[in-house]
Design a protein around this ligand. Structure first.
Ligand SMILES: Nc1ncnc2c1ncn2[C@@H]1O[C@H](COP(=O)(O)OP(=O)(O)OP(=O)(O)O)[C@@H](O)[C@H]1O
Length: 253
């Protein structure tokens, strides 16, 4: 569905080390791809290139079928005239990604309004989106500070779902949650994927949370994918010392 071909990203002039150093990665329809690697290995930079927030120094992102304009541009109006976008991202820290002055209703409706939908119509859809992420409509009039960390991340997911993306990119979105809330969130993502057929790119520095969740995995180190494969076998039998060490670190924390 989307393919990243030979992506390089340098933030300084050469010989500065590349944050992403020649990565090729494809994400298929309906699959959950987990990208794992230590802090600074280039995961977020790669994700930002995929969603169009950052331009690669080299290489390209190809969508099948091709998307007109940038990845973030709406690419059409689907059933019922609801605007859509091929890819949406959920970030680690909802306190930075959700406007603290807005009510949940405005936050969820905003992407629809930005794509030209009437505010009243967008608000009417916000309640249904909250229910999709298993939150009560009663939260619509609250502000983020009146919600728990897990609820805020669900609100961020509801906002991302508003444009019915084909791909949801989740960058460390469960890393600040306690283990039980994290497990609930991952179950929710699996349910949403089942219902909508979207693909998920899930980025994490921890391997322990991804058992039973990932279809395929890539292990990133110093800007490169050093190992990639079907998740179950990679977790059972990692072939690089680096992946083994990541796995071992998780088993003792
Ligand atoms: N805007 C930027 N300007 C300069 N350097 C950057 C910028 N963004 C990222 N980098 C550098 O690129 C490298 C990769 O960073 P990136 O955030 O992609 O890693 P990561 O694997 O996502 O780490 P983390 O898990 O800590 O978020 C790091 O060395 C980082 O300092």
């Amino acid at each position: 569905m989307v393919e990243m071909a030979h992506i390089v990203k340098r933030f300084g002039q050469p010989p500065a080390a590349a944050a992403v150093d020649g990565v090729s990665l494809a994400i298929r329809e309906r699959e959950t791809y987990v990208l794992v690697g230590e802090s600074g290995s280039g995961k977020s930079t790669l994700a930002r290139i995929l969603v169009g927030l950052e331009r690669p120094s080299e290489g390209e992102v190809r969508w099948f079928p091709p998307q007109p304009g940038s990845a973030f541009a709406a690419h059409g109006h689907g059933k019922g005239g609801v605007p859509s976008s091929p890819v949406q991202m959920v970030f680690q820290n909802p306190d930075r990604s959700l406007n603290p002055y807005w009510r949940v209703q405005n936050i969820i409706a905003e992407p629809l309004v930005l794509q030209g939908m009437a505010r009243r119509e967008a608000y009417a859809l916000a309640g249904g989106l909250l229910e999709q992420v298993r939150l009560p409509r009663g939260l619509l009039l609250r502000r983020p500070s009146e919600c728990s960390g897990g609820q805020k991340q669900r609100i961020a997911v509801a906002r991302a779902l508003a444009l019915r993306p084909r791909l949801l990119v989740a960058d460390e979105m469960t890393s600040a949650l306690d283990p039980a809330t994290e497990a609930d969130m991952m179950q929710l993502l699996m349910d949403l994927q089942w219902d909508s057929g979207m693909s998920i790119l899930f980025i994490t520095h921890r391997l322990d949370a991804v058992h039973g969740f990932a279809d395929r995995m890539g292990v990133m180190r110093q800007g490169r994918i050093v190992e990639e494969g079907e998740a179950a076998s990679l977790l059972r039998q990692p072939s690089t010392a680096y992946a083994k060490a990541l796995l071992a670190a998780c088993q003792y924390t």
